[in-house]
Structure formats: C-alpha cells, structure tokens
Design a protein around this ligand. Structure first.
Ligand SMILES: [Zn+2]
Length: 290
C-alpha cells in the first residue's frame, strides 16, 4: 500500500504518521517538543518519530505542516513557538532523512487541505479553513486549489483588521483578529485564560471571527468557513452562534449571503491528515475536487 509520511511541527508537540491515498491516518506517534535552543536536539525528536511510524507500506512522499514563518517551500523554517529553529533547513533535512520527495507548508494551509479532503469542507471547491488557538491562521481553497500567494502566505486571516482602534498586534499592526481572539490575546485582555472565559468573552471572540470571515467571503466569493483550534472548539456552540450571527449581518452580497461557519471535523487527526495531504498534493495527486 502506498502511503505518505506526514509530519506535524508544533510548539507544544511534534508528530509523525502515515496517511494513505484516501486520507486515512493508518499510524501515528507524537512527542512533546523539547524546550531547547539546540536545533539538532529538536530534529532528533522528529527523526525518532519518523522512525517509529515507518515500516508499514511504501512511503512515496513526505509532507509537513509547520508553524511559520518560513521561506517559500519551507526551505528554511523559523517557527515562532520553537526558538531553537531559526532558518532551519527543514525541507532538505527531512528529504535527506526519508529519501522521498518532501514538501513543507504552513500548518494552517495543511489543515485547509485536510478539511477539504476528509473533513468539514469535503467536496467543496471554495472555502477558508482557519485555526483559532495560540495564534490565528488560515488557508484558502478557491476554485478547488489551495492558494499559495507570492511567498506562500495566502490565507493569513489572523491579520485581517476587526477592531481599527484595537490592541497592538505582534505583527506591528493594530486591531488584527489575532491580537483580539487568540488564546494569549484573550488572556491579556481579560486577565484569565481562554479556558475560563466568561460568556461575554466567548461571544465577543465569536463575533470578531465572524467579522473577519465576512470580509473574506465578500472578497473571495466563498460561502464556507471551517474553524478549528483549541480556543474555538473549546468555546463550542456559543462561539459558533455568535460568529454565524456576525457573518449573517456582514456578508450581504448575493454571492456571500448565507455563508456558513462550522467547526472543523478532523479533530486531533487534523494536523497529520493535513500534512499527508501536503505530501500527496506535492507529487501531483490531487486531494481536492477537480
Ligand atoms: Zn497582526
């Protein structure tokens, strides 16, 4: 059986898995991301995970979803939450390790591919998938294609402006969605972690996410937003109700009215299914509807 080797690189954990051509995750292993400044120690954890899941099936490609920023194609990654990797040559190192074609992309874009393949956007040609968690990111599928953009950063919905006079964002701007709705931003605004947010905070966060999605729906002529991430999924139904109400109020064009905002469906499998999709896409095996 042909499989892709899927790799998920995150600030709290790293994971590897095997994803078959139908998007089934057939093996997986994970480990905490070490808190170290030693780039090789970090890579050794990843290499051990790759080793742990190997053996079953014929690995035809490797796909990676990683936190950014990164250079185009992931040739050099500098994940914000992994200080030990700055301009780390992740693509080349994994290609050397695995001996198969290796493709690296932003983790939110990987998730968009995964949700479009086997999740809440399956069968859809036009949607945005986003993560509301420690950060806020996203990936856009339009006309059945994942958008890359000039430097691979298309879909960065975390820096759409939702409060013009809002908080200063770590990007240097002000009032970005990420500066108002990420877990750390919510904690900074309210003085308590997002997991203990009041109903008012949950509703406000949902409203702001819905506001950003409305702009995207109007801009790009799409009618579906899939939202994952620990903050959004932790808040649950009241968050999605508030987001949908704001989206209904602000997406009013003929083509954007009726746009829907729904929870991601892949759950904990999402990052690896998405990374597997990056691999299959890389070798020209489409995972989205033609
Ligand atoms: Zn920003």
């Amino acid at each position: 059986m042909q499989v892709s080797l899927a790799v998920d690189v995150g600030g709290t954990k790293m994971a590897a898995g095997l994803v078959d051509a139908d998007g089934e995750l057939v093996a997986s292993a994970s480990a905490p991301t070490p808190t170290t400044d030693d780039a090789e120690e970090l890579f050794a954890v990843l290499a051990a995970l790759v080793d742990a899941v190997g053996g079953d099936g014929e690995v035809v490609a490797c796909g990676v979803g990683s936190g950014g920023p990164m250079s185009p194609g992931g040739e050099e990654v500098s994940p914000l939450n992994i200080p030990g990797w700055r301009r780390f040559p992740l693509q080349r190192r994994l290609a050397d390790l695995t001996g198969v074609p290796t493709f690296v992309d932003n983790d939110a874009k990987a998730l968009a591919l995964g949700e479009g393949w086997r999740g809440a956007a399956a069968g859809e040609r036009d949607f945005i998938a986003m993560v509301v968690s420690t950060g806020v990111g996203g990936g856009v599928v339009l006309d059945g294609r994942l958008l890359d953009g000039a430097q691979g950063n298309a879909g960065h919905i975390g820096h759409v402006i939702v409060e013009p006079e809002g908080r200063v964002c770590r990007c240097g701007g002000r009032g970005c969605l990420e500066a108002e709705a990420s877990g750390p931003s919510i904690a900074a605004i309210t003085g308590r972690p997002a997991s203990e947010a009041t109903p008012e905070t949950v509703a406000r966060t949902g409203t702001l996410v819905g506001r950003a999605v409305a702009s995207v729906a109007n801009l790009l002529d799409l009618r579906l937003a899939v939202v994952a991430g620990s903050v959004a999924l932790g808040f649950g139904a009241p968050f999605f109700t508030a987001a949908q109400a704001e989206l209904d109020a602000r997406a009013r064009l003929d083509f954007s009215a009726g746009a829907r905002i729904v929870p991601g469906r892949l759950g904990e499998r999402g990052p690896l299914v998405g990374a597997g999709a990056v691999a299959w896409r890389g070798i020209g095996r489409g995972v989205l509807p033609a």
